[in-house]
Design a protein around this ligand. Structure first.
Ligand SMILES: C[S@@+](CC[C@H](N)C(=O)[O-])C[C@H]1O[C@@H](n2cnc3c(N)ncnc32)[C@H](O)[C@@H]1O
Length: 216
């Protein structure tokens, strides 16, 4: 079964460096792929979010690669890892521990493929961490998860508890509606990046993405 998923991912993706972290080669669904622009019923995956490198994830991964020493001693949990880029960035700067988490098993397979492509290894887990204490981790990465208001509320409440318990929570986001002004008022802007023009087209006109640190 996993072998089938792996070969489908390899068949329907292309290696891309046209994003904010060109140091990382990532297998993604790009313009040259057969399934690009195909109707949902023609695509052999349900909601392949892992096939895209979302602006928020790009910003967090860029930030990690720009600050390698800061992340070397961290135990990192990438929640909603998608293609795995944030986790791969953390592993490539030598983070003490890296776990890539997604509830979509195909995302975990894509992450493993992408980790191998970049000569790093990351642990993977499909457990739903939302609401848990994330024991064993001191750094939580959230890339582009504020796309839905109801989910954003649950996510923000949980992340606030994690911050109160001393964890570092980094959130990458291009300005999605779930990251409201009131939520942003509890955050510090760490960095903003202009997106690669190829990914702007994919991302409905977003041109920038920011890394936020959630404060107590
Ligand atoms: C918009 S994508 C972002 C992917 C990646 N972080 C990035 O920035 O490229 C959101 C991802 O979150 C995953 N996801 C949704 N709910 C989740 C949950 N409760 N726990 C873990 N992952 C979840 C989805 O399967 C999807 O891969």
């Amino acid at each position: 079964m996993l072998k089938d998923i792996t070969s489908l991912i390899l068949r329907h993706t292309l290696v891309s460096r046209s994003h904010l972290t060109p140091e990382l080669s990532l297998r993604l669904i790009t313009r040259g792929c057969e399934v690009w622009g195909a109707r949902a019923e023609e695509v052999p995956f349900v909601d392949p979010y892992w096939g895209f490198y979302w602006p928020g994830g790009q910003a967090v991964a860029r930030y990690i690669l720009d600050k390698p020493r800061f992340f070397q001693s961290r135990r990192v949990l990438d929640v909603g890892c998608g293609c795995g880029a944030q986790a791969i960035a953390a592993a490539s700067v030598g983070a003490e521990r890296v776990l890539a988490n997604d509830i979509d098993v195909n995302a975990l397979e894509a992450t493993k493929i992408n980790a191998e492509l970049n000569n790093v290894s990351v642990e993977t887990s499909e457990k739903n961490f939302i609401g848990t204490k994330c024991e064993g981790f001191d750094t939580i990465l959230i890339g582009d998860m504020f796309y839905d208001e109801e989910f954003a509320k649950t996510l923000f409440e949980w992340l606030s508890k994690l911050t109160d318990s001393g964890k570092l929570v980094l959130i990458g986001d291009p300005g999605r509606h779930g990251l409201t002004a009131s939520r942003i008022s509890s955050m510090t802007r760490l960095a903003s990046y202009t997106l690669h023009e190829d990914t702007c087209l994919e991302n409905r006109g977003f041109t920038e993405a920011t890394v936020w640190r959630l404060e107590k």
